[in-house]
Design a protein around this ligand. Structure first.
Ligand code: SF4
Length: 202
């Protein structure tokens, strides 16, 4: 099992354990997908672990949606309202199919950690995103695992890439640059490096 898969499965086990011990019952259900209308941040290692599992039609949707998201990011990466505007546009994740995650076993840590025990109506874009109704501990548990993977990525490549999931997966399909300098040049030429919401090389 790859380090990423270890963390995906490890988080699932930790979450189940935590929720059972605390007696917390998330209201998240199959078919409820408001959180899949938002932007998701991904690291390269998680992206590389997810990509091989895409079916042909999912890959096709990624190839269509990836350039569109990169263009939106270029235009909005410095706008404080960008994630909110995107959320309100109700553009679903390209892996969402009939209200279900089409990559459920391989979905990123960030997706796994977004749980709520309150009324799901607060997850919808129109409710005004505050994030306050999401359970904080699952997010913290996921964040610790993300940070471990970020260290692993730095060891493997010498630098860490973080960015919007669909745009990053799209760039990975074309073979992401191996060196930091080449990555910087590619992301700069696309206009998506840095700013408040753009890609980060760390
Ligand atoms: S990867 Fe799955 S869970 Fe994450 S946003 Fe996309 S459809 Fe939703």
């Amino acid at each position: 099992m790859s380090p990423v898969e270890v963390h995906w499965q490890g988080l699932e086990a930790d979450l189940a354990d935590y929720l059972a011990k605390k007696g917390v019952q998330p209201s998240c259900r199959a078919g409820c997908f408001a959180c899949c209308l938002g932007l998701v941040t991904l690291s390269r290692l998680e992206g590389e672990a997810l990509l091989p599992h895409l079916r042909a039609e999912q890959r096709q949707r990624l190839l269509q949606e990836g350039p569109r998201r990169l263009a939106l990011l270029k235009e909005g990466k410095d706008d404080p309202q960008f994630p909110g505007r995107f959320f309100l546009s109700r553009t679903p994740c390209p892996f969402l199919a009939e209200g279900l995650c089409g990559v459920y076993p391989w979905r990123p840590l960030a997706c796994r950690a977004l749980l709520t025990a309150s009324d799901p109506k607060f997850c919808h874009p129109e409710a005004g995103f505050s994030g306050n109704h999401f359970l904080p501990t699952p997010w913290r548990m996921a964040r610790m695992r993300m940070e471990t993977l970020w260290e692993e990525e730095r060891k493997r490549y010498g630098f860490l890439v973080l960015g919007e999931m669909v745009g990053l997966l799209y760039l990975l399909t074309a073979g992401f640059p191996r060196t930091r300098q080449a990555a910087e040049e590619t992301l700069t030429s696309l206009g998506v490096l840095g700013g408040r919401w753009g890609f980060q090389l760390i």
